[in-house]
Design a protein around this ligand. Structure first.
Ligand code: PHE
Length: 358
């Protein structure tokens, strides 16, 4: 074997045996570097006669190429092996169960509003909104609440500094001003519900300074008391999930409706236990009535052509009754243990088709 062939066999064996990138680099330097074995042989070419120099030169150049190529191939193989080893350790087992994630809950107030909107939405009511900071006229005057009405007294109403276009600024004491705003901004026929926050200066187990109502308003040429009754009886039965729930209309007074009726549902209170449904006792759950012609007039609607009915429901009250929540103040304490107990799953959206009563 010539020197070149011996060298070649040695170098290729070394490359083959190398097991780190550093070892490969050392082989490259030892063969092709300035003081490398191939470089040394190249230097010796000068001492040969021309024929021999040519043949030996070609052989050395070929050897250089082969060794460089072998080193590159080995490098690529090592990089592949490293990547494969890494991929093996990083393998993901897609059959493992997911880690449980902390879940939020829907507050019973939101859930109850969603339920009421689902029921009345099905009857053709659209959701309307109004501001929580109102001018006196929208909250009282336009609703035919005279200046000396008790609801106007400071101990009930939060008055704010400043005066708007339509009187003193107040925190709305009910959602009824949305009736006024809707009648002023759109023409009848109207069929709206307005859920939202309301404020009164009151605080005990059944009253909070901030609470929620849903207002309902229907105005059309032929709207009558029968529509009011049918709508609210159907609503109560759907909401409480009791098909034959007794519903009673008890004559009452609101300045903005005439005649007015408070609506009671049948219940039993026996031995300290309270049950919705049959029985000889009644529980008031909402206020209602035929829109007072003066209110229609205040909103530029001709009462000789149109009439309507309206109702106002306390959301907390509905939620407390349906879900057995004893103290209204707990709604606003932001106690996560309470919310986990009384809250609802985010994807259990109430609907008439999917179910209202989880
Ligand atoms: N606004 C009344 C209240 O807060 C409820 C109501 C609304 C009554 C509409 C009749 C008609 O008590």
């Amino acid at each position: 074997m010539s020197d070149t062939e011996t060298l070649k066999a040695e170098l290729l064996a070394d490359v083959e045996a190398a097991d780190t990138l550093q070892a490969l680099e050392d082989i490259r330097v030892a063969a092709l570097g300035k003081k490398g074995a191939i470089t040394a042989q190249m230097k010796n070419l000068g001492g040969l006669d021309p024929e021999a120099r040519k043949a030996a030169g070609q052989a050395l150049n070929a050897l250089k190429g082969e060794v460089a190529q072998a080193i590159d191939a080995k490098k690529t193989a090592m990089a592949d092996a490293e990547l494969n080893a890494k991929l093996l350790t990083e393998k993901i087992d897609v059959t493992l169960p997911t880690r449980p994630e902390a879940q939020g809950f829907v507050h019973p107030i939101s859930q109850t509003i969603d339920e009421v909107v689902a029921i009345l939405g099905e009857m053709g009511f659209a959701v309307a909104e109004g501001p929580e900071i109102e001018d006196d006229w929208y909250n009282f005057g336009a609703l035919n609440i005279p200046d000396d009405h008790p609801a106007r007294q400071e101990h009930d109403t939060f008055y704010l500094p400043g005066v708007g276009e339509k009187g003193r600024k107040v925190l709305r004491t009910h959602t009824s001003p949305v009736q006024i705003r809707t009648m002023l901004s759109s023409k009848p026929p109207l069929r709206i519900i307005a859920p939202g926050r309301t404020y009164r200066c009151d605080y005990d187990a059944t009253h909070s300074p901030m609470f929620h109502q849903i207002e309902g308003l229907v105005v059309d040429k032929t709207t009558h008391m029968g529509h009011l009754k049918g709508c609210l009886i159907d609503f109560c039965r759907a909401f409480f999930g009791v098909d034959d729930l007794p519903v009673r209309f008890r004559p009452s007074y609101f300045p903005f409706t005439e005649p007015s009726a408070e609506v009671d549902i049948g219940c039993t209170r026996e031995g300290g236990e309270f049950k919705i449904g049959h029985g000889d006792d009644w529980l008031e759950i909402l206020g209602s009535g035929m829109v007072n012609p003066k209110v229609l007039q205040n909103c530029n609607i001709d009462p000789s052509e149109y009439q309507g009915f309206a109702f106002g429901i306390g959301i907390e009250r509905l939620a407390m009754l349906k879900y057995g929540i004893p103290d209204l103040r707990t709604f606003y304490e932001s106690d996560l243990r309470w919310l986990r107990h009384y809250g609802f799953r985010a994807l259990d959206v109430p609907s008439m088709v999917g179910g209202l009563n989880p």
